[in-house]
Write a protein that binds this ligand. Structure first.
Ligand code: FO1
Length: 326
C-alpha cells in the first residue's frame, strides 16, 4: 500500500530498539520526525528487580536519550548524576555491582511504586515521557513480565544483568531463553502502531538479546506484521561494523555461538522474508552483494553515531532508503 507522502520524514515508522545503540538511532529519528509519525518499541527483557526496585534499563536508556537526559559517556543512566544514595547503600552492605545514581533512582522508585499500584508499565512510561518532555511515543514491547536468561558454559544460566553487568559479559554464551515470552502480549498501542506504520526500522541493537525478544512477542500475531504476507517494509541497521560492535557483546555472542561476527551474519540472523532492506556501514560495503544474495536489499552509509548530527544523518539515510523500497 503506497503511503500518501513523498517526503520520507512524513512516513509513519515503528522503530524497534534495545540498549544504547538502538536509543541513538531512535533519537535521530525523533529529531527529524513528527511525534505522530514515530513510535519506538523497546525491549523489556533486560528488566529486573534490584534493591527491591523494578528496573527497566532499555526503556530508561531510550527515554533518557530522547529526553536529552542521558549520560553521553556510558549511554545509560543520567547526565550530571550524583551518587550519594549509592554510596550510603554500599556502606550499608547493599549490592554495589549495578550502579544506580540519585536522579536515576527517582525513576526506579516511582516506577516501582506505580507498578505496585497496578499501573501498567506502558501507562507509566507514557506518563514519564510526558513529564520528561518527550513527545514521541515510547512503548515497552509488553506489559507482561519477560526475563532474558543467558545460558553460559562457565556459570550455567544467568539473568541478563548478572551476565551483562556483574559478570561483564565474560562468560561464554551457549544460548538464550526469554522467560515469560510465550504468555506475554504486545503492550497496548503496539499492534495499532504497526498497523498504521508504512515501515518498521530495527535499530542497531543486539539482535540476540535486544531485538529477538521484541520479534518473538510479535511473531504469533495474526495477521502477521512482517514478511511476505505481512506486507510491512522492514529495514534493519547493522549493529556490527567491520566484524565488531561499537558497544556491547553482540559480536562476542555471534562468535561464541559459532557464527563469524559480521554485518552479513546479522542480515542472516533476521533473514528474508522478514527483512526487506539492510543498512550496513560503508566499511562493510563489500558485504552488500552477499546481503543481496539473501534476497535483502542492501544499503551502505556511515552508521557510526558518535555525534548528534550523525544520528540525524543516519536516520535520514534510513528513511530515504525506505522511501526507495516502498
Ligand atoms: N551497565 C553497566 O555496565 N554497569 C552498570 O552499573 C549499569 C547500571 C545501569 C543502571 C541503570 C540503567 O538503566 C542501566 C544500567 N546499565 C549498566 C546498562 C544496563 O546494563 C543495560 O541493560 C545495558 O545498557 C544493555 O541494554
Amino acid at each position: 500500500m503506497k503511503p500518501n507522502t513523498t517526503n520520507p520524514s512524513d512516513l509513519k515508522i515503528v522503530a524497534l530498539a534495545g540498549g544504547v545503540g538502538g536509543a541513538k538511532l531512535a533519537d535521530g529519528l525523533a529529531q527529524i520526525m513528527q511525534p505522530e509519525n514515530l513510535t519506538v518499541i523497546v525491549n523489556t527483557g533486560d528488566d529486573f528487580t534490584h534493591w527491591g526496585l523494578n528496573i527497566s534499563p532499555d526503556l530508561d536508556t531510550v527515554c533518557y536519550t530522547l529526553g536529552g537526559l542521558a549520560n553521553s559517556v556510558t549511554g545509560w543512566g543520567r547526565m550530571d548524576e550524583s551518587w550519594s544514595v549509592f554510596e550510603q547503600m554500599e556502606r550499608l552492605g547493599a549490592e554495589a555491582w549495578f550502579r544506580l545514581g540519585d536522579k536515576d533512582l527517582a525513576t526506579h522508585l516511582e516506577r516501582t511504586r506505580r507498578l505496585r499500584g497496578e499501573e501498567p508499565l506502558s501507562g507509566i512510561t507514557r506518563d514519564f515521557c510526558r513529564r520528561w518532555g518527550i513527545r514521541h511515543a515510547v512503548l515497552p514491547m509488553t506489559d507482561d513480565p519477560v526475563a532474558t536468561m543467558v545460558d553460559t558454559v562457565e556459570m550455567g544460566e544467568l539473568a541478563f544483568q548478572e551476565y551483562f553487568v556483574h559478570q561483564r559479559c565474560e562468560p561464554t554464551v551457549k544460548g538464550f531463553r526469554f522467560a515469560g515470552i510465550d504468555s506475554a502480549r504486545p503492550a497496548p498501542g503496539v499492534i495499532e502502531a504497526f498497523e498504521k506504520a508504512d515501515a518498521v526500522v530495527i535499530c542497531p541493537s543486539n539482535p540476540w538479546v535486544s531485538v529477538d525478544p521484541i520479534l518473538k512477542i510479535l511473531a504469533p500475531l495474526n495477521p502477521p506484521i512482517f514478511g511476505e504476507n505481512g506486507g510491512k517494509i522492514l529495514v534493519a541497521v547493522s549493529p556490527i561494523i567491520g566484524g565488531k560492535t561499537v558497544k556491547g557483546p553482540a559480536a562476542k555472542m555471534f562468535a561464541e555461538l559459532g557464527i563469524e561476527p559480521s554485518a552479513l551474519a546479522v542480515a542472516r540472523h533476521y533473514g528474508s522474508p522478514l527483512l526487506t532492506g539492510f543498512v550496513l556501514d560503508t566499511i562493510d560495503a563489500d558485504l552488500s552483494e552477499p546481503v543481496a544474495g539473501l534476497g535483502i536489499v542492501p544499503f551502505s552509509t556511515n552508521t557510526i553515531m558518535n555525534l548528534s548530527d550523525n544520528r540525524r544523518q543516519l536516520a535520514q539515510d534510513v528513511l530515504n532508503f525506505i522511501q526507495r523500497l516502498l
